[in-house]
Write a protein that binds this ligand. Structure first.
Ligand SMILES: [Zn+2]
Length: 641
């Protein structure tokens, strides 16, 4: 189980338990580390920044948009592991040091000669596969501090840079700035905006129940957000970034604290975390704003379910007595450069007004927004008066409907399920999902259901399932709201109607609203059900992909380390490239088909490849629906050599 009852673990405590059984607990200050590259002494990212689904576990070192800089072993050690793959970290070297800690170097262009030969022979020996991840510690390949272990690149995801990660002996990433490694930073963080989240259905912020935001502009040492009127429990958040000297990159801040009336109620400091907690980034930030607007507001309170070791104070949720309260927010970078912000909370006594359910009006026009676009919170949903008036809600308890200036907060916590009849849409069933149990929710007609295993949600929330099944192969469904982050995989079971016989190349896809693309998800056709597995809530549809990938634009290129390569662009209309099944030959010699998903490109790699005047390039590849293409290109290269 991920849950622990100890959210207030201090960093040193984490490190000493990590080294349990050794005489000396691991301490990042006890060893000398060498800066791991000649590229620069500047960072593009710091430890603990927000990534799409986790915290950044390393320093990213600037390589000026270039590839091919020398990368050095930061300390003596042995090569523990090497990995090559298309996603995430690309080409990676893991070193293990004598104290059991490790250092990791990612996105490399290539390894040093010895390691590259090992990686190549491992790949050739396993049917020319592109991807490997192997422990090689048993080979006892020694490196000394300062030895070249590879060259910086842009393999995996992202522009060229060196991702440099340090881990404790128990494998927890820690902030490399905790060692003797330093960057020049005399610039204090900059605050961009304040957020206030309502933490109950009867909370109101300036009259509204919704996430309040206030932006500030410019670089200041001190910001003032003025006086804000609130009623009921709230949680503050801040959108801030740090900068360092002479480069324009923006970084995560290192420390955050919040005091109310002179008393510190929240403090966080990002020194270390464990890999099984890293997706709690979703609840460390204001997820709704991250999901809808892409902005990383850091919560100045710890949400339920948060077990990260960053926090050393109270949980920071504010439920203040009526009157004026002074709030001070402080944010610092690793070198102690500090920026503060102040605000006053004018806390009013609650006077809750319940909305009357009475007779609800029905509109024959269906102009209400679909449920995934409603304003969802963990324990209630906020509807406009107009939306509310068009619904039939399956509860009679008027205390479930609380009136605010911006609409009606419909409580979800009072009942285990809630039935909504929305004109123009199929009826919707919303059920409470608990992290400590298996949960099943069904569609309103009981023909379809979804299963959420234990710990799929961080905290108890309400999730709805709505299915439109027109029989043959036209099925669309929604699980909502998308503003709830998930911590694991759930399955939905959609009724398979008898007329659906031909399931070849058919699969469920999830709609990505940001990229406006459909992404294939695992789908299983059973006798009575079609089962889909998903890791997030959203909109899904059954789709058939019958078109093979398309290949084009064959090019001969020379890498910064003088290695010749052949590149071929590849596109697929729907299901995506099944890169692991790809084979490539140049002049009849099979090489490794490396895949760059960001560039939609295959790269032919063979360590001995030298171009001739004409090249015959043969590629065989598939998409994920099994559609195959086999193509031969002939190119003249004489002008390029
Ligand atoms: Zn990185």
């Amino acid at each position: 189980m991920k849950k622990t009852a100890l959210p207030l673990i201090l960093f040193l405590a984490v490190l000493s338990t990590a080294a349990l059984g050794q005489n000396q607990p691991f301490n990042p200050k006890h060893a000398h580390y060498l800066w791991p590259t000649e590229a620069s002494n500047y960072l593009t990212s710091t430890f603990g920044e927000t990534r799409s689904a986790h915290f950044h576990a390393a320093l990213d070192i600037k390589t000026w948009g270039q590839r091919g800089y020398e990368v050095y072993a930061t300390r003596d050690g042995i090569v523990d592991r090497i990995a090559i793959g298309p996603n995430g970290y690309g080409k990676v070297v893991y070193l293990k040091h004598p104290d059991g800690s490790s250092s990791i170097y990612d996105h490399l262009l290539s390894f040093n000669k010895e390691l590259q030969q090992i990686a190549d022979s491992l790949r050739f020996a396993s049917d020319y596969q592109f991807e490997i991840d192997r422990s090689v510690g048993w080979k006892n390949i020694k490196v000394e501090q300062g030895d070249i272990i590879g060259y910086s690149g842009a393999s995996g995801i992202g522009p060229p840079h060196l991702h440099f990660e340090l881990r404790t002996p128990s494998g927890k990433p820690f902030n490399p700035l905790l060692t003797n490694l330093k960057v020049k930073d005399t610039i204090s963080p900059q605050i961009q905006a304040l957020s206030i989240e309502p933490l109950s259905a009867w909370t109101s912020i300036e009259g509204n129940n919704g996430i309040y935001k206030q932006r500030v502009w410019g670089k200041k040492e001190h910001y003032d957000f003025g006086t804000i009127q609130v009623t009921g429990p709230i949680g503050l958040g801040i959108n801030a970034f740090d900068q360092s000297n002479r480069v324009y990159n923006s970084y995560a801040v290192y420390e955050l604290s919040m005091s109310v009336d002179g008393q510190e109620l929240f403090k966080s400091r990002v020194d270390s975390f464990s890999y099984n907690e890293t997706d709690q980034m979703f609840i460390d930030r204001v997820y709704t704003l991250l999901e809808n607007e892409g902005d990383g507001y850091q919560r100045l309170y710890t949400a339920d379910g948060n077990t990260l070791p960053f926090y050393s104070k109270d949980r920071g949720k504010l439920n203040l007595k009526p009157g004026i309260h002074k709030v001070t927010i402080r944010t610092s970078d690793y070198y102690g450069n500090t920026t503060t912000a102040a605000l006053k909370l004018d806390v009013k006594t609650p006077k809750t007004e319940y909305a009357n359910t009475g007779t609800l009006q029905f509109s024959t026009k269906s102009n209400s927004a679909p449920p995934h676009r409603w304003n969802w919170f963990q324990n209630w949903v906020m509807l406009s008066e107009e939306q509310f008036g068009k619904l039939t809600i399956g509860t009679q308890d008027t205390s479930s409907f609380i009136r605010h200036d911006n609409g009606i907060a419909v409580s979800l916590a009072q009942s285990d399920n809630l039935y909504l009849d929305i004109p123009g849409m199929s009826p919707v069933n919303i059920e409470r999902i608990r992290p400590d149990d298996w949960n099943i929710i069904s569609s309103a007609d009981y023909q379809n259901f979804a299963i959420f295993p234990k710990a799929t949600v961080y905290d108890t929330v309400s999730i709805g399932l709505s299915v439109k099944n027109l029989g043959k192969n036209s099925i669309t469904l929604d699980t909502f709201p998308e503003v709830y982050p998930l911590n694991g995989t759930y399955s939905f079971y959609i009724e398979r109607k008898p007329e659906l016989q031909d399931t070849a190349k058919l699969s469920f896809y999830k709609y990505d609203r940001e990229d406006k693309e459909w992404a294939l998800i695992p789908t299983d056709f059973r006798k009575n059900f079609i089962v889909g597995k998903a890791e997030s809530l959203g909109s899904f549809a059954l789709k058939r992909d019958t078109a093979p990938p398309q290949l084009s634009n064959v090019q001969l290129v020379k890498r910064p380390d003088d290695q010749w390569l052949v590149m071929v662009d590849v596109q697929d209309n729907l299901s995506g490239i099944d890169y692991a099944r790809t084979k490539m030959w140049v002049n009849g010699v099979r090489g490794i088909a490396e895949f760059k998903p960001e560039d939609d490109r295959f790269v032919y790699y063979h360590p001995n490849f030298q171009p001739s005047n004409t090249l015959k390039v043969e590629i065989k590849t598939y998409d994920k629906a099994g559609n195959r293409i086999n193509e031969v290109f002939r190119i003249k290269t004489s002008s390029k050599k």
